[in-house]
Ligand binder design. Structure first.
Ligand code: HEC
Ligand code: HEC
Length: 336
């Protein structure tokens, strides 16, 4: 029956519910910010185009906390943008697409002096991830990463320029005038920010990593446990405990000695990793599982670098990459 079919128009979609479902947890129920930067501020809305909002939602900020929303339909994205715009009812700006002329080399030294304290050297963004607890409370906003492929693909030169000219009132982001930058200085800084697109080394993508790390050997489980214990100490980690897989599930003394787990950690690593992002706690302490089957012994660990995919946090990916190296070293030594 025709009258049961909903019309496929954007206005039919509820932008508010879509926003509340997908964005509010980070950007706040009415866009005043939280883990994510505020979206409701006039100083923000006056400068950003709908195209910038659309691309930011679609591309996210890879390696930062802002996710990419690929599963939303075009209509849903438009409905969210219309809802975000409804907070201010300002007409979106229009920029000419003529690229700016600026001197990136000169822009680099200006950036180092005027911007790096907040946005990080080379535009890596403010320290911390935006995740609550991983940053000082008195820092209400973390400066976004400007070398981020998601940001660079979404923002035009003219939009970056206007952001610098205006600053973002109501946030720590100062205007060019407050920073003592001339119009030419601004163009030079924009040229430098644009050049991040070609200079920033990309992290090797964690989604291409194997899910687990494994070595196979002929030695007994008992010997493998001893080897892992020695290797753990050798890389300056501390042994926490060794346990059989079914320990606690069967009466004492009847555990299956062909299946064991060695738990270990290192205080500095634990402390640093949790400071970067407390969610890493779900993989700690470190562990290696040893199983004997069909006349061979397998030593296995979850690949921390692959697991870092779910965090979308490049700082953590770096830490997990280091951890992967340590696991590989332990597995190598222990399987000899
Ligand atoms: C005191 C710290 C501080 C300084 C100095 C600073 N910024 Fe920012 N900047 C911020 C913060 C915080 C934001 C996020 C503002 C918001 O929520 O809208 C920001 C936002 C931006 C944005 C928008 C990024 C985005 O994802 O929308 C650009 C572009 C930018 N800054 C460039 C610069 C440049 C270039 C300089 C130097 C000329 C600079 N900033 C200096 C703190 C700073
Ligand atoms: C998990 C938290 C999280 C969610 C969910 C999230 N964001 Fe973000 N968003 C962020 C963070 C953090 C930033 C700042 C990027 C950085 O730190 O480099 C950001 C940045 C942005 C920016 C750029 C702001 C600027 O100053 O230019 C826009 C626009 C944005 N988000 C819109 C959205 C919309 C719309 C949604 C829902 C569809 C959404 N975000 C969902 C965390 C989030």
């Amino acid at each position: 029956m025709v009258w049961l079919i909903a019309p496929a128009s954007a206005s039919h979609l509820d932008g508010r519910s879509l926003y509340e479902e997908n964005c509010a947890a980070c950007h706040g129920l009415r866009g005043f910010g939280g883990v994510g930067v505020p979206l409701a501020l006039e100083g923000f809305q006056r400068v950003v185009t709908d195209e910038y909002l659309r691309k930011t939602i679609r591309l996210g900020r890879p390696g930062r906390v802002m996710p990419s929303f690929t599963r939303l339909s075009d209509e849903e994205v438009n409905a969210i943008i219309a809802y975000v715009r409804s907070w201010n009812d300002l007409p979106p700006p229009h920029y000419p697409d003529t690229p700016l002329r600026g001197d990136a080399e000169r822009g680099k030294s200006l950036f180092t002096n005027k911007c790096a304290a907040c946005h990080g050297l080379n535009g890596y963004g403010g320290q911390g991830t935006g995740v609550t607890f991983s940053r000082p409370r008195e820092a209400p906003l973390i400066a976004p990463a400007l070398n981020n492929p998601g940001f660079l693909a979404a923002a035009s030169d003219a939009m970056i320029r206007q952001t610098l000219l205006n600053g973002r009132k109501g946030t720590p982001m100062p205007s060019a005038k407050e920073l003592g930058l001339s119009k030419q200085d601004v163009n030079d800084v924009v040229a430098y920010v644009r050049s991040f697109a070609t200079r920033t080394p990309s992290l090797s993508a964690p989604e291409n990593e194997p899910v687990y790390l494994m070595v196979e050997t002929d030695i007994s489980v008992e010997q493998a446990v001893e080897n892992v214990k020695r290797a753990v100490l050798g890389v300056n980690f501390r042994l926490i405990r060794v346990q059989y897989l079914n320990q606690g599930l069967v009466p004492e003394g009847q555990e299956n000695h062909n299946q064991a787990i060695v738990y270990f950690c290192n205080f500095d690593f634990l402390y640093e990793a949790l400071a970067i992002d407390p969610r890493i706690g779900i993989f700690l302490p470190c562990r290696i599982t040893i199983v004997r089957e069909g006349g061979r012994t397998l030593l296995m660990a979850v690949n921390p670098k692959r697991m870092s995919v779910i965090f979308n946090n490049s700082e953590l990916t770096r830490a997990c990459g280091e951890m992967k190296g340590i696991y590989e070293q332990i597995l190598d030594e222990a399987s000899l």
